[in-house]
Design a binder for this molecule. Structure first.
Ligand SMILES: C[S@@+](CC[C@H](N)C(=O)[O-])C[C@H]1O[C@@H](n2cnc3c(N)ncnc32)[C@H](O)[C@@H]1O
Length: 329
């Protein structure tokens, strides 16, 4: 399968590079423009924290690899019987922000005790810690295996719909849709190569579907969101959560593909991260590069959709996009 996805596959790399460059700029400022020492200090501190974040993220990927090896060894001893859903998120997704918050708050206390006149610095550190702590809460709620929720909006045309879940990962959204659709069938599509989901997600998806009793109604398909392997007008409805924002400059192409495979009048529920304080607490400066709400709407309209409904939900944007039906003659 062709891979045109230019989205960052290794967010820790981008965060790390930004951290290094920012700290270097801060050091340069400190040396060459001594009058801006205060600005330089804040810059070094801020970018230094990003660097810590990058290292924690990277460590989490290694921890996940370790978990994969442990799973593999356990499986070699005999097939494990899964008893609860597992979406395969790296433990560092929650441990990372939590650790960073702890470091920031401890430093704030140390600064306040050692140099009370530097209270603005301690205050800044507390603000940074609060940001990381909120990020931790969001990561924790997003990775809970007992809550796979979708915004309460009309996007299915009936309980027997044929639905595509694009970028399904380990099946969080597939399970939620499976609970609503009493008779309908679902195709769960992914490239299954995400390095932040254990094993790329496929084995966990199969396991989760078995646990939910959905194996008979969900077909798993390996494929790319920007070249969907289905004929035109295959599906009644489609959904994609936290996946299309990974498409980099190919987002419009991804939306065109969703339009193509939908039947006329069919709806597509799109859920994505957009810039805002919630995204900031979660991915920090990377959130500035996310496509905005109006940007997504513009792309959707350019791809040929009508926007039937829209809103913010848990800090995420949802759009209900409809393929126009031909006018009755
Ligand atoms: C953050 S996960 C979200 C998974 C799931 N939708 C959820 O909400 O839990 C993003 C998923 O999108 C998939 N993905 C990213 N780009 C893709 C592409 N071009 N084609 C197919 N899947 C893609 C990744 O493999 C990953 O499984």
């Amino acid at each position: 399968m062709q891979d045109n996805n230019s989205a960052p596959k290794h967010p820790h790399g981008h965060l790390g590079a930004a951290g290094f460059l920012g700290m270097a700029a801060g050091l340069g400022l400190m040396i060459y423009v001594p009058s801006l020492r205060a600005v330089a200090r804040v810059s070094i501190l801020y970018w230094g924290f990003l660097l810590v974040g990058a290292v924690v993220l990277l460590a989490s990927f290694y921890a996940m690899a370790g978990r994969g090896i442990a799973r593999h060894l356990a499986h070699a001893r005999g097939p494990a019987v899964a008893t609860k859903f597992d979406f395969g998120w790296a433990p560092g997704m929650t441990i990372g922000p939590w650790t960073a918050a702890l470091i920031a708050v401890s430093t704030a206390v140390a600064v306040q005790v050692a140099a009370p006149t530097r209270w603005p610095l301690a205050f800044l550190l507390v603000l940074i810690a609060a940001g990381f702590f909120i990020g931790y809460l969001i990561a924790r709620s997003a990775s809970r295996p007992d809550q796979a929720v979708l915004p309460l909006v009309d996007w299915l045309s009936g309980e027997s719909d044929f639905v595509l879940d694009g970028g399904c990962g380990a099946g969080r959204t597939t399970l939620a849709v499976g609970r609503v659709l009493k008779q309908g069938r679902i195709v769960a599509l992914d490239r299954f190569d995400a390095d932040y989901i254990a094993g790329g997600g496929r084995t966990l998806l199969e396991q989760n579907l078995r646990l939910a009793g959905l194996t008979g109604r969900v077909r798993i398909e390996q494929g790319d969101l920007i070249h969907l392997p289905f004929p035109d007008q295959t599906f009644d409805s489609a959904v994609s959560t936290h996946a299309m924002d990974h498409l980099g400059p190919q987002k419009e192409q991804g939306l065109r593909e969703m339009l193509r495979i939908l039947k006329p009048g069919g709806r597509f529920l799109l859920v994505v991260w957009v810039p805002g304080w919630v995204a900031f607490t979660f991915v920090n400066v990377l959130s500035f590069f996310l496509t905005t709400r109006s940007g997504w709407k513009r792309l959707a309209v350019r791809a040929g959709f009508n926007v039937a409904d829209e809103g913010m939900w848990n800090g995420l944007l949802y759009l209900v996009l409809q393929r126009p039906a031909p006018k009755p003659s």
